[in-house]
Design a protein around this ligand. Sequence first.
Ligand code: 9MR
Length: 347
Amino acid sequence: MHYSECIPGTVTTVKAGAPTHTARAAAAYPGLNTLAKAKGKVYFGSGTDNPELTDAQYLALLSNTREFGQITPGNSMKWDATEGSRDAFNFTRGETIVALAEKNGQQVRGHTLVWHNQLPNWVSNGGFDNATLISILENHITKVVANWKGRILHWDVLNEIFNENGTWRPSVFYNTIGEAFLGIALRAARAADPYAKLYINDYNIDGTGAKSTAMYKLVEKLLAEGVPVDGIGVQAHLIVGNVSSTLQTNWERFTSLGVDVAITELDIRMTLPVDEAKLAQQAEDYKKVVTACVNVPRCVGITVWDYTDKYSWIPRFFPGQGAALPWDKDFTVKPAYEAIAAALAYN
Ligand code: 9MR
């Protein structure tokens, strides 16, 4: 039996000679989102991006709510996409993703309001004084968040604010406004949409370490000051064979503060070419991440940073590496898929 026969609307062809054992295994599961919800999670989701939506095979599987109950726009809600020039907003591409999610019955994670990257030149090199930059920041957040008010489950309000050693990452916001920009941003987001849960999102905060401790201490401090923060986003851009053994401990520590944790951009990359041993190790690594989330009650959901290797960001940013996602570039499931499903089903 082919995978395409088992799950209609996902795969239309199976290449002759392609391995089918994992495809058959996948057909034995009811889908990752179904399994995640049965475990008490809010969703299993995927990142996506506007250009990929013209790929019918891609779109059909992305829209399958048995697999994905949540989607995140990979680029189209970022500052460069939404406010390319001052106070001139464009919500078109972001709206395409939100409307798709609503049509499918999926939740949206809004990504991202304040980031040092994909920030237009007019902001980063504008030479604004403190008061002006605060008003620019508040205006951006207020207008973007209000535009999708009531339609966004989580907002990644702050993205990648720490250096690896836990000190503040320099950015036009930090350099001009200082640490106060964090509370200003979070309060503006809460005021514009009281329904959305507000997240601080970062990478390399998977396991314990200096950066994770900095995140923990920041959230503790913000909460003590009455600043609204509902969750910590653990991006989880990981490397095969190199996944921390302290995921659960770290996420328990985060949630002990009274906030949620979401795994927001999960992928586990390998040095190419792909071989069976690497795929097997990758499956083990995915299992580790998913099991840790299952074991932490306030780990609310897992989002892979797109679901197919066809549209992964990894080869563009790390030449010679890739194959980081549970579906390969031909939309065939890898051993990682079965490992995720099993971790959700049996833990
Ligand atoms: O997936 C995004 C890719 O298409 C963009 O080219 C890139 C540009 O910075 O951003 C990628 O997404 C990033 C996310 O917004 C924040 N965490 C790291 C992700 C991978 O770079």
